[in-house]
Structure formats: C-alpha cells, structure tokens
Design a protein around this ligand. Structure first.
Ligand code: SAM
Length: 393
C-alpha cells in the first residue's frame, strides 16, 4: 500500500488553489486548450501521485516528502510547479521514474487526438497520473497502461483506486506493447525511444495514432504517427520536445557513453584546429539534424582522472559500431584542437552537418516528416530539400 497523505482543510484548499494556478499557467502557453482535458486536470490532483520526490538538479535537487507533516506545505507547493518530479532514482544516480511535467502531459494528451470512444495504450505508467487523466476523460475500461517496474504499477493502482479509477495496469516491457488488448486507437509513450517499435505499429488500428518522444543522444522531438486505412504510416515531428527518460528495454538497449570515450581522451590521432564550438549542439534544431547525420554517435564531456588530479575536459564524439572517436578541447578560443581516430572522422562529419544545417536555413524539427518503408526502414525527410536520413538500427 502506498503512503496515504490526508490533507487537512487548509491544505486541501491550498491544493485546489495551486492546481488551479498551475492549470492557468499551462493554458497560458497554449496547452490545455481543450475543456475536456482541463476538466481532467481539475479532477485528478497531481499531489496524490507524488507523495515523495526529488526536484531536478536545475531546481536544486531537493527531496521532498509529503508524509512528513513538517514539510507538507513546502512539498505541496513543489508538486504544483510545472516541472517533472523524480519519483525514483537508482543507485547509479539515474532517475528511473517520474511524474512528467504538466505542460508536457497536456501536450501529449492533446496531440494524441484521443477522444471519447477511443481505446488508449500508455507505455510508461510511472506514478499513474497520466493514466488517471486518461481514465477520467475516456473511462477506465478504455485505458491500458504498462510499466516495466512492478513497484510503479502497484503504487499507481492504489492511487487511482482512491480516485475511483481502475484502468488496466500491466507490468511488462512496453517495447512489445500489450497485444492482449490490441488493436488500440491511440498509443502514447511517456518514455523516449530511438525508433518506432514494430509492435506498436502492429497494435494500432487504421486511422489510429502513435505519439512518441523520438530521441537519440543529441536531441529529441515528439513525433505523431498516423496509420492510414491501407496501413501506410505518416509521421510528423511536433514543435515540442518532452525530455522523457529512455525506455529501458532488452529489445532496444539505450546507449551509454561507452568505454570508447576513455580511449578517445587518451589515444593519439589526427590533429587539427576547428572553429566549430561543441556548444553548437545546444541549439536544438542543429542537434536534431546532427543526430540524423551521425546516426549512432554518442556525445559527452570526458576528463582523464589521474588519482586525485583531473586532466583537461574534452568534448568527445564516439561511434561504438565503427569504433571511431573525436575529442575537442573545450576552451573558448576559436582555434580549438580536434583529435580524431578510428574508421570515421566524426568531427569532420559534425562540421559537414553544421554547414548543411546552415545551407538548409536552420530547419526546425517540426519541418521534418518520417515514413516507414516496406522493408521497415524508418526514414526522416525534409520536404522540399530533397534530403532524407535513415534512423539507425
Ligand atoms: C517519465 S516516466 C512516466 C511518467 C508517467 N506517465 C506519469 O504520468 O507519471 C517513464 C516510465 O517509463 C517506464 N519504462 C521505462 N522503460 C519501460 C519499458 N521498457 N516498458 C514499460 N515502461 C517502461 C519507467 O519505469 C517510468 O515509470
């Protein structure tokens, strides 16, 4: 049984006020424009789904516990911020589940096109909040939500029951969908993925939609796939990104910055200067195109530790498949050193991608489309520019 937090009258009124203010804040950025979803946000209070959580590092990383009466008001105020709340963090300090940010949840629900009569599969139950919002609007019988974590499913079920909601919750690897209740009108994934899993396509009805956070190592974007009556698939990237944590699946393991990066900072290689600042990858539209142009490449900052002493910090690109690597000094001068090795010249490729991005007029992610070829290849196009990229295996 999860922790039940009974609010006294004063805090209950405060929770209502805070929820209302949050709804207005989300509506002000043109989300929650549909009255039916707004009503769901009013009826399914977020605080019931996050009795204990850690704020993201950019907000101080503080852990707040609503079961502790002394910090209850502080906890309640933090729940009703437009932020993701980390509800579990593993022993490597990596968040494994969270309560997604309200504006992201509103975007997902509205963009999914789910409406009365639809059967919806949510991949990533997490705290159960999104499943609760879906069940409130569409009815518990129409909602199936799966999570790989048995603890998430147990906790979510208890919380939803307290609101009189009983969607079907299943512990399973969502990469495989949930064939038992297929076909679905809508599939919504609240964990990110590198490619659309074939099972999700197979389990969606003609005329249905699949909404995912398509994300590699450089950038991500929400992508909405529409299944035609002839089962053709058309995907459109949306302006928004969701920043979801990666789907943990044995079927499609997420790449960690590999061992290769420690070789990348030590080995001698071809050396030259570069005027491209690694910080260019912080520009989302460039990061999006670079990820398509350098499929499978992993990026990150790496330093050499020699006992207590830290060496210089490098920005590294590595490609586990070709064993190629590049390191770049992170000083602010225009003649940064780049050193590259292996079978590809990753930094040359990144510079070429940067030139292409400028030549194409710095296209935004939502200018790209995605289709699925007969052989299952997932191809991203930039209409009008005669350019296409295959998503990596
Ligand atoms: C961002 S959280 C979901 C937030 C949730 N929708 C909510 O409203 O609280 C992502 C969830 O995806 C789950 N997840 C990760 N890999 C998964 C997989 N292969 N199958 C199903 N769920 C998975 C995690 O356990 C985590 O609970």
């Amino acid at each position: 049984m999860t922790d039940v937090i009974e609010l006294d009258d004063r805090l209950r009124r405060l929770a209502d006020e805070l929820n209302h203010a949050l709804i207005e804040q989300v509506a002000a950025v043109r989300k929650l424009t549909m009255p039916a979803w707004r009503a769901a946000f009013e009826a399914v209070p977020r605080h019931l789904f996050a009795p204990r959580f850690t704020l993201p590092q950019n907000l101080g990383g503080q852990t707040l516990d609503g079961t502790d009466v002394a910090q209850r008001e502080h906890w309640l105020r933090a729940v009703y911020q437009n932020e993701a709340l980390l509800t579990d963090i593993d022993d490597r300090d990596i968040p494994t589940t969270s309560c997604s940010a309200p504006s992201v949840v509103a975007t997902m629900l509205e963009s999914s096109q789910a409406s009365e009569g639809d059967t919806v599969l949510e991949i990533g139950t997490g705290t159960g909040w999104t499943a609760g919002l879906l069940a409130h609007r569409l009815g518990s019988d129409s909602i199936i939500s799966v999570d790989i974590s048995a603890q998430c499913v147990t906790d979510a079920r208890d919380r939803l029951e307290r609101l009189g909601l009983a969607p079907t919750l299943v512990v399973t690897d969502g990469y495989l969908g949930h064939p038992a209740r297929a076909p679905y009108d809508r599939i919504i994934a609240t964990a990110s993925i590198r490619k659309l899993p074939p099972a999700w396509l197979d389990q969606t009805r003609p005329g249905g939609t699949i909404l995912i956070d398509l994300r590699g190592d450089f950038a991500g974007s929400l992508a909405l796939f529409t299944i035609g009556d002839d089962r053709s698939v058309h995907g459109q990237f949306l302006p928004e990104t969701a920043n979801f944590m990666p789907l943990r699946s044995t079927e499609q393991p997420f790449q960690q910055l590999p061992e290769l990066s420690s070789r990348a900072v030590r080995e001698p290689g071809e050396q030259r200067t570069t005027s491209l600042d690694p910080a260019a990858l912080r520009t989302r539209s460039f990061a999006f195109l670079a990820q398509l142009a350098l499929p499978g490449t992993v990026a990150g900052h790496v330093t050499i530790k020699n006992g207590e002493k830290r060496g210089p910090m490098y920005f590294c690109l590595t490609d586990p498949r070709s064993q190629a690597w590049a390191r770049v000094t992170t000083d602010t001068t225009t003649d940064r050193q780049v050193i590259q090795g292996g079978n590809r010249r990753l930094w040359d490729e990144l510079e070429a991608a940067h030139d292409l991005w400028k030549r194409l007029g710095q296209p935004r992610p939502d200018e790209f489309t995605i289709t699925i070829a007969q052989d299952g290849d997932q191809i991203v196009d930039l209409p009008g520019a005669d350019r296409s990229w295959s998503l990596p295996l």
